[in-house]
Write a protein that binds this ligand. Sequence first.
Ligand SMILES: C[S@@+](CC[C@H](N)C(=O)[O-])C[C@H]1O[C@@H](n2cnc3c(N)ncnc32)[C@H](O)[C@@H]1O
Length: 348
Amino acid sequence: MNETKLHEFMGKFVTDMGGAFMMGMVLAGDELGLYRAMADHQPVGPDALAARCRCHPRLVRERLDANVAAGYLECENGGYRLPPEQAMALANEDSPVFVAPGTNVVASCFLDFDKLLAAFRGDGGLPWGEHHHRMFHGVEKFFRPGYRAHLTAAWLPALDGVVAKLEAGAKVADVGCGHGASTIIMAQAYPRSRFCGFDFHAASIDVARQRAAEAKVGDRVTFATAAAKTYPERDFDLICFFDCLHDMGDPIGAARHARGAMKDDGTVLLVEPFAGDGLAANSTPVGRLFYAASTMVCTPNSLSQEVGLGLGAQAGESRLRQVFADAGFTRFRRATETPFNLILEARA
Ligand SMILES: C[S@@+](CC[C@H](N)C(=O)[O-])C[C@H]1O[C@@H](n2cnc3c(N)ncnc32)[C@H](O)[C@@H]1O
């Protein structure tokens, strides 16, 4: 036993445990408006902040201190201040890194913990629809800023010839669309195209329809409750899978179905969590986040479905390439990437 290494590990553990509690601080801050009320970057005292947000002042002060200790807030002139960089992540809904409500995913993992233990002790399956509603809401909020920042600006332009088709008027499927964030962003950018969102989770499809109506894109977007291997529509120019293929029980079957549902010169856009090939490459802060989420959410979801491949959120490009080769695609390439996502293109 090396005492220095033990101390190092305990330091790491305390940091991680504090981080886990900070997720609760962030979620409370988001839901109670405590970060948004500090978005002017001016120092504010606990009582004034509590009054602004109609919260209990003693709890507000304790939470402010926790945020300072974590480096999320600063103390200045006797008040507490949200610096502009932290405001982008925690208070500004239009920023490309607005992560605060995404912490709902973490909350759901703990609310669903007994179900996860049952999955470990049983057949490994925890179906998507059995999660707390904070999961569906959190996933939408976690991914949407990235889609808004990159999807039409970088990801679609990185595909071969797809933007020209979208501008002229294309038929697009968004498979495993969840609350339809990606579908609606594409529909807003390409009004001549038609978009069909599919997801096997009926409650998510209800929310997606609501979101499309709010965004006033109902004329070009339809949402239907359908599994990735059963939607009946055909002749798609583009079929998208956003952060969902690895969640599926049968990703090869889903890719094969996409091959049959797209035109011969069509394209599959596959957006997956960023990963290298293998554990050593993925032993990074981002890899750790995705492996843990994959254990609690993605892999048990896959294991609850037919085939139950359990690809996992850190499958990596080589494994994903094999999935598409097995499904009958002949071309597969990395179109682009971000620190959080691989953007892959598959063609017949
Ligand atoms: C992590 S969420 C991503 C949702 C959405 N694409 C987004 O990026 O916000 C995964 C989605 O895949 C859906 N899903 C999982 N397996 C599916 C299947 N076999 N058929 C259709 N949808 C599926 C889930 O219902 C869930 O909405």
